[in-house]
Design a protein around this ligand. Structure first.
Ligand SMILES: Nc1ncnc2c1ncn2[C@@H]1O[C@H](COP(=O)(O)OP(=O)(O)O)[C@@H](O)[C@H]1O
Ligand SMILES: [Mg+2]
Length: 291
C-alpha cells in the first residue's frame, strides 16, 4: 500500500469507509512500524477497521480481546495440563519418570499459544488487534508496553522467542478509563469520531444495499439527532445499520414517528434512554425530515 489514498481505496473495496485521518494513521503505523491506538465511542468502527485492514493486507488477524482481570497467561501462553497429565501417566507406566522426561513435559508440544505469542511468532505476516485495552487493568497495560517495545517473549522452559519484524498492532479503547501516557507515547494515536452524515449514509448503503438513499438519509439524520441528546448509550454506526436493516425488513419506505417507535429497540438499548427518546420521537424524526 503505497499511499494513504491507496489504503483508503483498498479498505473501501472491502466495505470499510475510512476518512482521511484514519487512513493516514494506519498508513503511518505501517510505514513507521508503530502500534496505532484507536480511541472512540462504542460502535464507531474501531474493531472493524482492524479486521478489514488485515484482509486488505492479506495478513492473518490475531485478536486479543481484553477484559477485566485478563492476565499475562491468558494473553501469552499456557501449558496444556491435561496433555501433561496424560504424558506423566504414560511415563510412569513405562517407568521413565527421570529428570529428562519431566523436562520434556515443558517442551513445545505442551505449549498452548495465546494471541500475543502467536503474534510474535507470526511477525509481519499478522495484524495484531488488542481490542478494548481500557478494560484490562494497569498491570496488564504495563506488561503490554514492555511487549510492544521489544516484541520478544521469554518462556523460562523454552527460551526467548522474538519477532524478526513486528506485526502491525492496532489497539482500541472505548475510553472507559484513561490509558497511561507511556502506552500512548509508544503508539500513534487516532481519535475515531462518529462519521459525518454523508459518510454514514454511504456506510448504510454499503451494508444494507436494499435500503434506498432516501431512507438511509433519514435514518442517519435521526441517529445524528439521537447522539445530540444526553443518552447513556448513544447509538453507534452498528445501530444505524441495524435500524436501516430493520426498517427494510419491515418494508418501511419511510421513517415517521410511529415506525420509529416500533423499531426503537434496534437503536436504543437502555431503559432510561428509551423513556427519554420516546417522548421526543416527532422531534427526532422531524429532524430527519428537515435534514
Ligand atoms: N466506516 C465504516 N465503514 C463500514 N462499516 C462501518 C464503519 N464504521 C462502522 N461500521 C460498522 O459498524 C459496526 C460496528 O463497528 P465496530 O468496529 O464493532 O465498533 P467499535 O469497535 O468502535 O465499537 C461494524 O460491524 C461495521 O459494520
Ligand atoms: Mg470494538
Amino acid at each position: 500500500m503505497r499511499s494513504v489514498a491507496d489504503l483508503t481505496a483498498a479498505l473501501r473495496g472491502s466495505g470499510y469507509l475510512a476518512d482521511r485521518g484514519l487512513s493516514t494513521a494506519l498508513h503511518l503505523g505501517l510505514a513507521l512500524d508503530r502500534p496505532v491506538l484507536l480511541e472512540g465511542e462504542v460502535g464507531v468502527g474501531k474493531t472493524e477497521v482492524a479486521k478489514t485492514l488485515a484482509t486488505v493486507l492479506g495478513r492473518d488477524l490475531i485478536r486479543l480481546q481484553c477484559y477485566e482481570g485478563i492476565d499475562t497467561h491468558q494473553a501469552l501462553y499456557e501449558w496444556d495440563y491435561a496433555r501433561q497429565m496424560l504424558q506423566i501417566r504414560a511415563l510412569s507406566e513405562a517407568d521413565l519418570a527421570g529428570d529428562e522426561a519431566v523436562e520434556s513435559l515443558y517442551g513445545p508440544r505442551f505449549l498452548v499459544e495465546r494471541p500475543l505469542l502467536k503474534a510474535v511468532r507470526a511477525g509481519d505476516r499478522a495484524v495484531l488487534l488488542i481490542d478494548e485495552v481500557d478494560r484490562a487493568d494497569d498491570e496488564f497495560e504495563a506488561f503490554l508496553l514492555e511487549l510492544l517495545s521489544d516484541f520478544a517473549i521469554t518462556i523460562p522452559e523454552i527460551g526467548t522467542i522474538a519477532a524478526k519484524r513486528p506485526p502491525l498492532v492496532i489497539l482500541t479503547s472505548n475510553r472507559t478509563r484513561d490509558l497511561h501516557d507511556a502506552l500512548k507515547r509508544r503508539c500513534l494515536y487516532h481519535w475515531v469520531g462518529y462519521p459525518s452524515p454523508e459518510r454514514e449514509i454511504e456506510v448504510v448503503l454499503e451494508r444494507v444495499p436494499r435500503a434506498s438513499r432516501q431512507l438511509a438519509t433519514k435514518v442517519v439524520a435521526a441517529v445524528t439527532r439521537l447522539r445530540e441528546l444526553d443518552l447513556a448509550k448513544p447509538p453507534g454506526v452498528a445501530e444505524t445499520i441495524d435500524w436501516a436493516r430493520g426498517l427494510d425488513v419491515l418494508g418501511a419506505g419511510d421513517l415517521d414517528a410511529e415506525t420509529a417507535a416500533d423499531t426503537l429497540g434496534t437503536v436504543i438499548k437502555d431503559r432510561d434512554d428509551l423513556e427519554l427518546v420516546q417522548g421526543r420521537l416527532p422531534d427526532v424524526v422531524g429532524a430527519a425530515v428537515a435534514g
